[in-house]
Write a protein that binds this ligand. Structure first.
Ligand SMILES: *Cc1c(COP(=O)(O)O)cnc(C)c1O
Length: 360
């Protein structure tokens, strides 16, 4: 068996240890005589799986008791509508920062439900930077302010959170979930699809402060009302059981490596190898301003579309797959999530160096 290095933006690589453990437990989970895929979500065994997933997540992310952890379906995209329905409930205003397509989609959805305003944007430079904002940019009676923390397509990240004054901050953390420590208390809610860094597709995790729950609009579908899921311990209906189980294995893996501090160190090391190469290459260059560079998604280009295409093709043949960049940026993008081993990045950079030598 030979496995490729998968640089996909998501779904993406899972730790090999996790896949092996899941394979070993496939037919018989801990002696219960059945697979996690088959068991009732109301069973004692599954109850212990979802409870340990939650407690591991709380431990790793240091989530305070006044926050609820919800295991949902529908992807990050469904939350784009759920967020305004649940929280645009006092002034009916919400302020969005547009740092890329995901933020823009969330903003466009919110506009359907109330007075959503884009208070800043980096569209003018193809989202290659994080726009600077000050407290004055936010309407102080807004029900919430919204950011996309790590911009998967463009490769930018908030290294420092915007000052929104008293306006509660909500962040999409889909593509930086568990990649480094995050101070949850700075947010009213963070959430993300699991398929980038946490689990296979099918699970969306919402971490939300208790006191802002319970005021969803009357017409909110039951399945989109966070309070319903919070009250039911994410078991209001059938949750994505198997994905939650893999999530638990991934959390155990992170814990075994030393938690989020250790993960951050590993991720900084990986990203540095790639950025250092890009900064010194005469053929390849990164597309993002250095101060806003993501640790997870690294877009880069050459000056020629032909060379880009040739690179992607040859890289794939050499076992480095899914390096083609998003159509709105062009070129390449290497997503180097938690599960990408350091050797994967080292080998990619060696391959890039050889490609540069051969083609210049
Ligand atoms: C992938 C991604 C999404 C979309 O997630 P789905 O689960 O497919 O809805 C939203 N936001 C960000 C930042 C993403 O990376």
């Amino acid at each position: 068996m030979s496995r490729v290095y998968n640089f996909s933006a998501g779904p993406s690589m899972l730790p090999e240890e996790v896949l092996k453990k899941a394979a070993a437990e496939m037919l018989d989970y801990e002696g219960c005589g059945q697979s996690v895929m088959e068991m009732s979500h109301r069973s004692k065994v599954f109850e212990s799986i979802i409870k340990s997933a939650e407690s591991l997540l709380r431990e790793l992310m240091n989530i305070p008791d006044n926050y609820k952890v919800l295991f949902l379906q529908g992807g990050a995209t469904t939350q784009f509508a759920a967020i305004p329905m649940n929280f645009m409930n006092k002034s009916g205003k919400a302020d969005y920062i547009i740092t890329g397509q995901w933020a823009k989609k969330a903003f466009n959805e919110a506009k359907k439900y109330g007075d959503a305003v884009a208070v800043a944007s980096s569209a003018d430079e193809t989202f290659s930077y994080i726009p600077k904002t000050t407290r004055e940019d936010f309407r102080q009676d807004a029900d919430y302010a919204y950011i996309c923390m790590n911009n998967t397509i463009y490769g930018t990240v908030y290294h420092e959170l915007p000052d929104t004054g008293d306006v509660p901050l909500i962040a999409d953390i889909s593509s930086c979930f568990l990649s480094e420590p995050l101070d949850v208390t700075k947010f009213a809610m963070v959430y993300g699809g699991a398929q980038k860094n946490v689990a296979p597709a099918g699970l969306t995790i919402v971490i939300v402060r208790e006191d802002i729950l319970g005021n969803a609009r009357e017409y909110t579908p039951t399945m989109l009302d966070y309070k319903v899921h919070a009250d039911a311990g994410s078991l209001s209906n059938t949750p994505p059981c198997y994905t939650i189980y893999i999530c638990k294995l991934v959390l155990e893996w992170i814990k075994s490596l030393g938690g989020l501090e250790a993960m951050a160190e590993r991720n900084r090391k990986k990203a540095k190898i790639l950025y250092d190469f890009l900064d010194n290459s005469k053929m390849f260059r990164g597309t993002v301003v250095p101060e806003d560079r993501s640790l997870m998604n690294v877009p880069f280009v050459t000056d020629s579309d032909e060379l880009n295409a040739k690179f992607v093709k040859e890289a794939e043949a050499a076992g480095f797959v899914n390096l083609k960049g998003h159509r709105t940026v062009g070129g390449m993008r290497a997503s180097i999530y938690n599960a990408m081993p350091i050797e994967g990045v080292e080998k990619l950079v060696a391959f890039m160096a050889k490609f540069e030598e051969k083609n210049s």
